[in-house]
Ligand binder design. Structure first.
Ligand SMILES: Cc1cc2nc3c(=O)[nH]c(=O)nc-3n(C[C@H](O)[C@H](O)[C@H](O)COP(=O)(O)OP(=O)(O)OC[C@H]3O[C@@H](n4cnc5c(N)ncnc54)[C@H](O)[C@@H]3O)c2cc1C
Length: 666
């Protein structure tokens, strides 16, 4: 099957406008004849469901939590980008577009990224109108801060709770439609299969997680907004429930899966503390606006710190290595995440790590506290040479900006980050890969769309900070509502789709059979046992640095774990009721297939780009070495019965508006 990305004609800045001017529209009276299923009600699905219902479609929305309010999106901390240029620092639609393509190491589709930059400004207006309390400057205007990979301040934020506030906005918009009956909300439901009728997505099979009932739901189109799959690593900053099942099920039904190996390892997370852990915690990238990252320059100092004989505050300035500022003077601590993560790993591998396991670097706010303190002392006509006053005032400023993040750190680590530097280390955070979609956000299955983190979309091989919220809301509020109308226009007279069709019966039978097989397995090990094993292989061999040998081993080992899983997994309780172990096992089963495809994708990509770092392909300075001649394409995998048999399709990428050069942040 040939991949058609359906990019509209015209210059890059006219494509989206041209597209909107020429697509099919559904008149308002006909929208009420059309049903749309939205799987997932995080920022992407929530904004899509609310907007589609507002337009008049009948929406059936699903989430596995007890409320849309608990989607993983609620955890987003740092902010959301938009090319508003409120700071007058030279920002523009083109710059946001350019930064995103470059940040993604030139592995994203130009037309989509430009559209994203265009609609970014509308998102902020929409959210402000909903009452999202973005941070404001003293004069009342919306404030901005900087995120990695940019030289401007374009990130809008609500303290360290941006995702929460944005989700409350989308959720209130949804609630209005739930009240009107335009959205039928199915909380605590998990989609377990897609139903295809005459080649088009026409419904889903879902399990009611409370009663255990298997249900059929039909619609004229299905939208997948099920988030990312970082939990394939077991340990990640994602919510514990985040999983790949919805995306994987549509993959098995014909949706190509693109760039599965592009994973973002975030540099500023609280380091792993032991084997007992099931979750990692992010310290927002916004902290890199003010925090300086360093390690002791001398290996013996690092060793003394690890042994508890020395404190970081005792290391003299001259004996500190601010390695990001040293290596990347232009962007300093605000280099993109892939680069910051690798640099931290490089220092730790060289023996400079500062926690017990040697896998941590410092994020230090002493300089920021001092700088803000002096500034405040001057403004308040206080003595700027009085160090106690300066530290008190500076601490207040830092607390105002990042207070909740500091509090979170102190609660977890039991150290005061105002007086001693935080310890951080890279951790799995976001997946740039996902279901392949064309310009319409439609997968390779007609009528099945994918939005937000679940699609492969706009971030290439590395996502810039604060761009996921932007993309999820762009997809849901401003892109899908147009593109899905174009698709649905011919269906206005079709009427409701029956769930008695044989295709629904067949899909339901499949789901029931899988559940029965798992329940009757009679093994002895919980699903988590296999998930942990998978995660360890993923981290060790498919993680921050990958090589051919490790990837070959990983594929074989994951296939073996999968085999063991089906022999040995044990699920207590019954399928006819609330059974979190069953829900977990169903998700782990899909992770075990995805993991293998992930390694296969990483193995075939004989280059390093963004978050995909193949040790064989690096510059003498240890930077990622892209191979544009052979790999400037999206790898879209077609399911053929087994991850190892997946067939590769290539979407060649054209760069007509940004120059294809090796990335530099020096
Ligand atoms: C700790 C943390 C902080 C972050 N901070 C930022 C930030 O500051 N800025 C930024 O831009 N990005 C940030 N990100 C990334 C960003 O939060 C996510 O990419 C984004 O929220 C994903 O939104 P989504 O709507 O695509 O998916 P999610 O919010 O993950 O929602 C997924 C939805 O799908 C549902 N679902 C999944 N599977 C099924 C199924 N089988 N059946 C039914 N329902 C299903 C879930 O119930 C949920 O409703 C952060 C990520 C993390 C982990």
């Amino acid at each position: 099957m040939a991949l058609d990305s359906k990019i509209p004609e015209g210059s890059i800045s006219d494509k989206w406008t041209n597209y909107k001017n020429h697509i099919n529209l559904v008149n308002p009276a006909n929208k009420r004849n059309l049903d749309v299923i939205v799987v997932g009600t995080g920022l992407a699905g929530g904004s899509a469901a609310a907007t589609l219902a507002e337009l008049g479609y009948n929406v059936k929305a699903f989430c596995f939590q007890d409320s849309p309010r608990r989607a993983h999106s609620i955890a987003a901390q740092g902010g959301i980008n938009a090319a508003k240029n409120y700071q007058g620092d030279g920002d523009s639609t083109f710059r946001l577009f350019y930064d995103t393509v470059k940040g993604g190491d030139y592995r994203a589709r130009e037309a989509n990224v430009h559209r994203l930059a265009e609609v970014s400004t509308n998102i902020i207006d929409q959210c402000v109108a909903q009452g999202v309390p973005f941070a404001r400057e003293y004069g009342g205007l919306l404030d901005n801060r900087s995120f990695g990979g940019t030289l401007v301040s374009r990130t809008f934020y609500a303290k360290g709770q941006t995702g929460q506030q944005l989700l409350l906005g989308a959720y209130s918009a949804m609630n209005r439609q739930i009240g009107r009956g335009k959205i039928k909300m199915h909380n605590r439901h998990e989609m377990l299969d897609l139903v295809i009728v005459d080649g088009k997505a026409r419904g889903i099979i879902a399990r009611d997680l409370v009663s255990g009932k298997i249900e059929r739901h039909s619609a004229h189109a299905v939208v997948i907004a099920s988030g990312g799959y970082g939990n394939v690593f077991f340990l990640s900053t994602n919510a514990m429930g985040s999983n790949v099942t919805a995306a994987w099920k549509i993959h098995k039904r014909g949706a190509f899966f693109a760039n599965p190996c592009y994973t973002q390892i975030h540099p500023t997370c609280i380091p792993v503390s032991g084997d007992h852990q099931a979750k990692l915690t992010l310290m927002s990238e916004s902290l890199r606006n003010d925090g300086r990252i360093w390690v002791p320059a001398k290996v013996e100092d690092a060793k003394a710190i690890r042994e508890g004989k020395l404190k970081p505050t005792q290391i003299a300035e001259a004996d500190r290595d601010y390695f990001l500022e040293r290596r990347y003077p232009a962007f300093g601590n605000l280099v993109p995440r892939d680069i910051a993560s690798r640099a931290a790993k490089e220092r730790c591998d060289a023996g400079h790590g500062v926690n017990k396991t040697g896998e941590a670097v410092y994020l230090d706010f002493a300089a920021a506290i001092q700088r803000y303190g002096v500034d405040q002392a001057r403004l308040k006509h206080l003595d700027e040479n009085d160090s106690a006053t300066v530290i008190k005032l500076g601490t207040e400023v830092v607390a105002n900006k990042y207070g909740n993040l500091f509090q979170m750190y102190e609660k977890i680590v039991d150290e005061d980050p105002y007086t001693t530097p935080m310890m951080i280390y890279p951790a799995v955070h976001y997946t740039m890969g996902g279901t392949w979609v064309d310009y319409n956000l439609q997968t390779t299955i007609p009528g099945c769309f994918s939005i937000g983190e679940s699609n492969f979309s706009d971030h290439g091989a590395n996502r810039l900070g604060a761009s996921a919220l932007m993309q999820g809301l762009a997809d849901g509020y401003f892109v899908l509502p147009y593109t899905i109308g174009d698709y649905l226009a011919p269906d206005i007279k079709m009427g409701t789709i029956s769930t008695d069709l044989p295709e629904f019966e067949e899909a339901e039978k499949n789901v029931v059979a899988q559940i029965e097989a798992l329940m009757n397995n009679g093994g002895s090990k919980p699903a988590d046992y296999f998930h942990k094993k998978l995660g360890k292989i993923m981290w060790d061999k498919v993680g921050m640095a990958r090589n051919e040998k490790g990837l070959l081993e990983a594929q074989a080992e994951i296939a073996q774990i999968r085999e063991d899983f089906y022999k040995e997994v044990k699920i207590p309780g019954t399928a006819n009721g609330f059974n979190p172990e069953l829900a977990k096992a169903l998700r782990v089963a899909d992770f075990l297939e995805l993991g293998e495809l992930f390694a296969k994708d990483a193995l075939h990509r004989n280059e390093s780009c963004g978050g995909h770092f193949r040790e064989e392909y690096q510059t003498p300075e240890g930077e990622a070495q892209r191979d544009d001649e052979n790999f400037a394409y999206v790898a879209a995998w077609e399911y053929k019965g087994n991850p190892s048999d997946a067939v590769l399709h290539k979407e060649e990428l054209k760069f007509e508006n940004v120059k294809l050069v090796q990335r530099s942040y020096k």
